[in-house]
Each structure stands twice: as structure tokens, then as C-alpha cells.
Design a protein around this ligand. Structure first.
Ligand code: SF4
Length: 451
């Protein structure tokens, strides 16, 4: 939170400025809507005394109605004096429940009405997208929402259905960019929604299609939460209730940690979407400082994309390893998980033929995870256009799995889902003509890949 305040201050006071902000109320709304979006440099035209008031409040709490008695009186007076006739609408899904309650109170309504609204946004199978869908609420409250609230953070672009029933949903953002969300119906009544946290990704993992796009921007909290809400609204009647959320779509979630932690908190709220924290999993390629912060601040599950047993291979296929190597990553997990009760990290291991799937790799993996409460998913590689790698054969995966199982590791094999619609793990996104450059293949692996 402190970091976000600093960041926002920088945003408003940045020297290389492009976007002009003349008005505190506009600054409030802009910041609320874009808090986690790639920083666009702003110039503030306020005198410094007013500037400090608006930046602090905007970064740390939701914008209040300018005539509210709640919160800092000086701030409200400053805003009231300068409110434009038409202030932008507030995107409801970007707010935590506490923030929504404050915002509702700032218009003179009771906290209980915030709860009734929250339940209609996230619970009871309503997933309201429009003020007309708010049955049973006070008329004045509904009128205020019609004037000041925005319900939808995404627009539906398309739904593709794979032969195994996996759905890939394309959502358009307000700025025209497109993200992808995947819904995976499984046996035994489990349905998982896989959400994106960024448009593209900066991590450049060599086996991942999304990595070819580079990073376009972070998603806001509202854009992340809306994926789970909108997907349920569209598909629950076909695939049943959603039981799990995984942050394994486009992007490195922990590079957008403020929005991701807040979105995960909204998803587990017991009066709203009400997912179990154990069934909301955030996956990372291994950003060590953010991983520590996540383990301290969130009670949701963590997955770490490991994919190699030596720094040499991981430096190549996951360049983040050059900054946070295997030793540091695993020692951090060992220490942090030692402080938690009954918490297991999920290691994901995408199996690449001739690269990371040898018997030696299996034994090294057993050594690496010693002392870390964990489960291991062995994932079949999903090829995509232009990919260097080939999937490990099923026989070889089973052999690898058996070595781990004999050493008492908890290990599962995961096969492709949705690959005929490019909806499988590592296949999301649409790289443009200019793509992130591939890393030079180490000499000893040139025979193993399509280099
Ligand atoms: S695997 Fe994940 S972290 Fe790596 S490039 Fe793809 S989306 Fe980014």
C-alpha cells in the first residue's frame, strides 16, 4: 500500500509528463480506474498544497462523493469546490467491500445498502451488469447508481469452444486491447476459470506464446475480477458452478501484485463470489520479493512455474532466473513456508522433450524441493506457431512421474486441455508482427529443439 502511494505520487508529479490533469475530481477517478495500469506520466496543474491532498487520498482509498462528510474534510472541500458538472462514473468492481461501503455512504446511503449491492454484483447468481438488474433495492439508491456507477469492466468479443469442452473467452478492454480467459470444465463437478492479469507478458519464457507478445499493460483489479464474474454469467448454465480460479492466463500476476491481491480478496469474500482461498491459485515465474509479499498478505494458494532443475536451463527458458535463481527461489520458499501452517506450494513443471525431462532431471528435482511442503504438476507442453520445443512423450512423463512418486513426492500429470482452440496452458494471446526476440539456444540443446 505504501508503495502504491509513492507510485501514485510519482504518477502525478512525474517530470516526463504527457497527460494533463487539471482537476482533482478527474485525478481521483482516473487514478481509481487506472491504478495498476502502466504508469502514464501526468502533470498536475494544482498548487502544491492541493496536489498533496489529492494524491494521498486517491492512492489509498476510493474516491468519495465530493459532498460527503466522510473522510478528510479538507479533501472533500477541495473536491467539492472543483467538481465538474459531469464526473466520470465509478467502476464498482475495482473496489473492495470496505471501499464500496465507504463510497455508498459518501452519497448518504446506509452500509446495509452496500451489502445488498455487493450481493447483486457477485452473489446469488445475479452478477449484475446493469442497473436494471438490481431488483429489490431502494429506488433512490438505484437512481444514484444509474447516475454514478459503472457495472461492466469488459465487453464480450468471442467465445471459442474446444473439442474437450474448454472455452476460450475473448474480452475487449475499454482501450481496445483484447485479453483471454479460459473456462475448463473437469470431471467430478469441478470447473476452473483461468484469468489473465496483464495484456501480454514481459517475462519472455521461451516455451510460452504469451511471452512472444511482450507486455502491453497491467490489468486493473476490476478487469481481473470481471473475468471471473462475466465468465460465470456466460457459462454457468452450460458448465455448472465455478469452483476454482487460477491466475495462469496472460501475464505474470506478481508483476501486477497490487491489483492481483485485491482481486483475489474480492473473489474470496464470503458474501460475494465466495471462492475458497485454497481454490484461488496465483501462479508466478519466480519474482522473489513479490512472492514473499504475496505469502504475507494473501491467504490464497501459490503456484511456482519451475520447469528446470539447473540454472543453466532455467536461465535460457525462463530469463527471470538470471535475476532470481533456483537457489534463491527455493530457499525463499523453504523459509517462508516454514512460517505457515498446512500450506503447500504447487510447482508446475512443463515437460520439454530433451530439455528438462531426463532421469537426472527427475532426481535433481527431488533434491531441489526437499524441505518445501509442495505438490508437483507435470504438464504436457502445448506447441504453438513458431515454438522451438517438442512435448515429452507420455511414456517418458510416466517414468519421470514414477521416480518422483517413489521418492514420496506428491505428483500429478496434467494433459492438454483446449489446445485445438489455442486455449491450453502457454498458448494464450496474439503476438503482433513485432515479437520479443528468442534467446540463443545453448549448444548442447540445439539437437533437442527445432532451432
Ligand atoms: S509462462 Fe507466464 S510468466 Fe512466462 S511468459 Fe508466459 S505468461 Fe509470462
Amino acid at each position: 500500500m505504501e508503495m502504491s502511494c509513492l507510485w501514485t505520487r510519482r504518477l502525478l508529479l512525474g517530470a516526463n509528463s504527457v497527460l494533463l490533469v487539471k482537476h482533482p475530481a478527474i485525478a481521483f477517478s482516473t487514478l481509481a480506474a487506472t491504478r495498476s495500469i502502466q504508469p502514464s506520466p501526468l502533470i498536475s496543474l494544482f498548487p502544491s498544497s492541493r496536489r498533496s491532498l489529492s494524491t494521498t487520498t486517491a492512492a489509498c482509498s476510493p474516491p468519495l462523493h465530493p459532498h460527503s462528510d466522510i473522510g478528510n474534510g479538507a479533501v472533500n472541500a477541495a473536491v467539492a469546490a472543483a467538481i465538474p458538472l459531469e464526473s466520470p462514473k465509478m467502476l464498482l468492481k475495482g473496489m473492495s467491500y470496505t471501499e464500496l461501503e465507504k463510497w455508498v455512504q459518501s452519497y448518504g446511503f446506509r452500509p446495509g445498502q452496500a451489502m445488498m449491492l455487493w450481493k447483486r454484483l457477485y452473489g446469488n447468481g445475479i452478477w449484475a451488469h446493469h442497473v436494471d438488474e438490481l431488483q429489490g433495492l431502494n429506488k433512490d439508491f438505484v437512481k444514484m447508481l444509474g447516475e454514478h456507477a459503472k457495472f461492466k469492466a469488459l465487453s464480450l468479443e468471442n467465445i471459442l469452444t474446444a473439442s474437450d469442452g474448454t472455452r476460450k473467452i475473448l474480452f475487449r478492454l475499454d482501450d481496445g486491447l483484447v485479453i483471454e480467459t479460459v473456462v475448463i470444465p473437469c470431471d467430478r463437478g469441478r470447473t476452473t476459470v483461468c484469468v489473465s492479469s496483464q495484456v501480454g507478458c514481459a517475462m519472455n519464457c521461451q516455451f510460452c506464446f504469451t511471452g512472444r507478445m511482450g507486455l502491453k499493460r497491467h490489468l486493473s483489479t476490476a478487469e481481473i475480477v470481471e473475468q471471473a464474474v462475466f465468465a460465470q454469467r456466460l457459462l454457468t448454465h452450460e458448465v455448472g458452478s465455478f469452483t476454482n480460479v487460477v491466475f495462469m492466463g496472460m501475464g505474470e500476476p506478481l508483476q501486477n501484485i497490487d491489483s492481483v491481491i485485491k482481486a483475489a480478496d474480492i473473489m474470496v469474500h464470503d458474501q460475494g463470489l465466495h471462492f475458497s482461498p485454497r481454490k484461488v491459485t496465483v501462479s508466478t515465474s519466480g519474482l522473489v520479493p513479490q512472492l514473499k509479499r504475496f505469502l504475507h498478505e494473501s491467504n490464497c494458494a501459490l503456484a511456482v512455474s519451475l520447469n528446470a532443475t539447473t540454472d543453466e536451463v532455467r536461465n535460457w527458458i525462463m530469463p527471470i532466473n538470471r535475476k532470481y535463481n533456483l537457489g534463491l527461489l527455493l530457499q525463499t520458499l523453504r523459509e517462508e513456508l516454514g512460517l505457515k501452517n498446512s500450506y503447500k506450494v504447487l510447482f508446475e513443471y512443463v515437460m520439454l522433450d530433451g530439455v528438462n525431462d531426463s532421469v537426472d532431471d527427475a532426481y535433481r528435482l527431488i533434491d531441489l524441493v526437499q524441505g518445501i511442503p509442495c505438490k508437483i504438476n507435470l504438464i504436457q507442453f502445448n506447441p504453438h506457431c513458431g515454438s522451438l520445443f517438442r512435448p515429452t512423450s507420455t511414456e517418458k512423463m510416466i517414468k519421470f512421474r514414477n521416480i518422483l512418486a517413489e521418492a514420496k513426492c506428491v505428483v500429478f500429470m496434467r494433459y492438454s486441455k483446449g489446445d485445438d482452440q489455442m486455449a491450453a496452458c502457454g498458448q494464450l494471446g496474439k503476438p503482433g508482427a513485432i515479437q520479443t526476440p528468442l534467446i540463443r539456444v545453448p549448444e548442447q540443446f540445439k539437437m533437442a529443439v527445432n532451432a
